[in-house]
Design a protein around this ligand. Structure first.
Ligand SMILES: [Zn+2]
Length: 407
């Protein structure tokens, strides 16, 4: 039995309580055994002095794409062999962990193999839940073919999604993803920015097609999450029984109310639009992509404002692609402008843990939870940007193992 005692920490337990000092957290065999003021423990324990530091729960990334490593996602499977794509995905997963994310949802592209590889200790990365391939209509947000192409490239298995048209194809595609271990069914219910052939303010999939996906997910106790931008796309999702919508940059007051009534979770992804609007050209984002990202960015904060005011359950994801993958924690700073630092932190810890259905295993610093722990040089309630300074993240612990320790 191995025991680690973090003593003299400022504790931000991520349950919503204000920070406490002094606090001790005792970790035993990968699990938080005790949280107290007193650091008394049995002989032989490893003691970590946290004086002047803040100890909190590991972050949870609610919307990432391990497989989007190129600035031009539509070109990715055209220019890379499958083996190269897997290697690059693994690098992104490891880097995501090093940003402080001890758990994550891959919102389209990664299959359950990545999740198992992490569970089995073969690779470093966040504990994963996966959507497998997102379902997209022809010409939809996950149809990465150019207008001049009929067939998808060799590596299309590693693309974000698959094309399925009509109720029976959608049903079959959903069943295939579930068969291969998807934790959620992801659908593209609107156009997007990274796709060459559609616009964000359009709607995709018929209500009947979406209902087919919902029925298949529901049959096995899972939910559908949907890529959306416009009020119309979100309202159609709510009507079809989709339980979680992503992005939603053009949210309005009426739509926020409808989502609230129907119990739909909202996962805005502000960081990707923010960084692309500022640095997209430098990152080599193609023009068609950048133009749409800038439009979506203009409304992102306003959308979150409507959702926050309506009292929606708000998850946290960054949806970064290409070189922006390294800057996921910007999401907390952007969310804090609307939700306050505590709201932003809870969204990326406790709330994300609940909406990712981790069965309460992670997301807070409480006895019985997995020992997923960050120790920071600064209190993030006072400086929410602290997560963006990797050197200020002194400890990253996942399931009781030190991933990083510079204390
Ligand atoms: Zn996404």
């Amino acid at each position: 039995m191995s025991t680690i005692v973090f003593k003299d920490a400022t504790l931000l337990d991520c349950t919503g309580q204000e920070p406490k000092y002094p606090a001790a957290v005792i970790v035993e065999d990968g699990v938080i055994r005790e949280v107290s003021e007193d650091s008394a423990s049995g002989a032989g324990a490893e003691i970590v002095d946290c004086k002047g530091k803040t100890l909190m729960a590991g972050l949870i990334e609610g919307h990432m794409h391990a497989n989007l490593f190129l600035s031009d996602p539509s070109d990715q499977t055209r220019r890379n062999l499958p083996s190269m794509i897997v290697v690059k995905c693994l690098k992104i997963l490891e880097d995501t962990l090093m940003q402080g994310y001890t758990s994550a949802l891959d919102a389209g592209g990664a299959d359950a193999g990545f999740k198992l590889a992490q569970q089995q200790g073969l690779v470093k990365g966040p504990k994963l839940k996966v959507c497998g391939h997102a379902l997209s209509q022809s010409g939809g947000h996950a149809d990465m073919r150019l207008g001049t192409e009929i067939n998808a490239p060799l590596a299309h298995y590693f693309a974000v999604g698959v094309v399925a048209d009509g109720v029976s194809e959608v049903r079959r595609a959903a069943r295939e993803e579930l068969r291969m271990g998807a934790d959620y069914i992801k659908i593209m219910a609107a156009g997007g920015c990274a796709s060459p052939a559609d616009e964000p303010d359009t709607v995709q999939y018929s209500i009947d097609e979406m209902k087919a996906a919902v029925e298949e997910a529901d049959a096995v106790g899972k939910i559908v999450i949907a890529h959306c931008y416009s009020p119309k796309s979100m309202q159609r999702c709510a009507e079809a029984g989709v339980k979680r919508v992503e992005h939603g940059n053009f949210m309005d007051e009426a739509t926020a109310r409808i989502l609230k009534e129907k119990g739909v979770i909202y996962c805005p992804t502000l960081a990707t639009y923010d960084i692309m609007a500022r640095r997209g050209a430098e990152f080599g984002i193609p023009d068609y992509f950048l133009r749409k990202m800038k439009i979506a960015n203009e409304k992102a904060q306003e959308a979150l404002g409507y959702a926050f005011k309506a009292g929606l359950v708000i998850g946290s994801g960054s949806d970064m692609v290409g070189p922006a993958q390294s800057f996921k924690t910007k999401e907390l700073e952007l969310k804090s402008r609307v939700m306050g630092p505590m709201g932003a932190i809870l969204s990326a810890t406790k709330v994300n843990s609940e909406i990712l259905k981790t069965d309460g295993a992670v997301g807070t610093i409480e006895a019985g939870k997995a020992a997923d722990i960050l120790i920071l040089d600064e209190n993030p309630l006072e400086n929410i940007a602290v997560f963006q300074n990797r050197d200020a993240i002194r400890v990253i612990m996942q399931d009781g193992k030190f991933i990083k320790n510079t204390l």
